[in-house]
Design a protein. Structure first.
Length: 265
């Protein structure tokens, strides 16, 4: 099973340690594309600060992110699973996984990134600021930039297994499973169910959507679940105590959609 995660806007920095080694990241076939984005980002942030802030969509409070980006090549790096913070990663809590679940996380979790394309949770990276929706001057929109290289490497990474796609829309635009692989892909939507005047009402949740997805991935890792298809994933999620409804694709070449229904947030 391959699990696709969004990054977080907030990132933890490393105080010391070795700097970035692009060649050591997962999926080394992406090294040339990573180098180009890194060059563009460092160059942008080493020049006109106001232009860099405009391109990256940074307000006054985040002015310091420009200088951080300019120093990416020499900044201390730490495992990506420690760099990414926020609601999903707090709920996933990689650091407290059992040893076996941690190994499963290292094999199955990929985090999408406007800068790196994708990274594994043990890949050592510095903290950075480069959202997937950014348009870098020399490369254009990063979503479009990454689409072709990722379409070459990710189907091979998925091999013949299940893909659990938990990305947000900005990062889903970087690569969409197609053909037979799409039929082995499941996306997840979190719905909040509550009773109002005797009638059940459901709404899509946003903030707690991330927390539920983090807890779900954690539970799958700890359980050692190895579903090979979306249908098997539905059963595995139900076995973990979640209420889930599955919507099979209306036609071939589309992913399944799983609705995880929660009554408490």
């Amino acid at each position: 099973m391959l699990v696709l995660l969004p990054p977080s806007e907030g990132k933890a920095t490393a105080e010391s340690g070795p700097s970035l080694d692009l060649g050591a990241l997962s999926l080394p076939e992406l090294a040339p594309e990573r180098e180009r984005v890194l060059d563009e980002l460092v160059s942008l942030c080493s020049g006109d600060e106001e232009k860099a802030r405009e391109v990256l969509g940074l307000g006054e409070r985040l002015r310091g992110e420009v200088a951080r980006n300019a120093a990416l090549r020499s900044a201390p790096a730490r495992p990506a699973g420690e760099v990414y913070t926020g609601v999903l990663y707090d709920a996933l809590d990689l650091a407290s996984l059992s040893a076996a679940a941690g190994e499963r996380a290292a094999r199955s979790l990929l985090v999408f990134s406007g800068l790196w394309g994708v990274v594994g949770v043990r890949d050592r990276i510095p903290a950075y600021r480069c959202p997937g929706g950014v348009r870098l001057p020399g490369l254009g929109p990063l979503g479009g930039y990454w689409r072709e290289p990722l379409s070459g490497v990710l189907p091979r990474a998925a091999a013949g297994g299940l893909v659990l796609d938990l990305r947000s829309s900005a990062y889903a635009a970087m690569w969409r499973p197609a053909g037979e692989l799409a039929g082995r892909t499941a996306t997840v939507r979190v719905l909040h169910a509550r009773t109002v005047d005797g009638v059940e009402r459901r709404s899509v949740v946003s903030h707690f959507n991330k927390a539920t997805k983090g807890r779900l991935v954690r539970a799958l890792l700890e359980a050692g679940a190895v579903p090979g298809s979306p249908a098997e994933l539905v059963e595995a999620v139900r076995d973990l105590g979640y209420a889930v409804e599955a919507e099979e694709p209306a036609r071939a070449g589309r992913p399944w959609r799983l609705d995880v229904v929660v009554t408490e947030l």
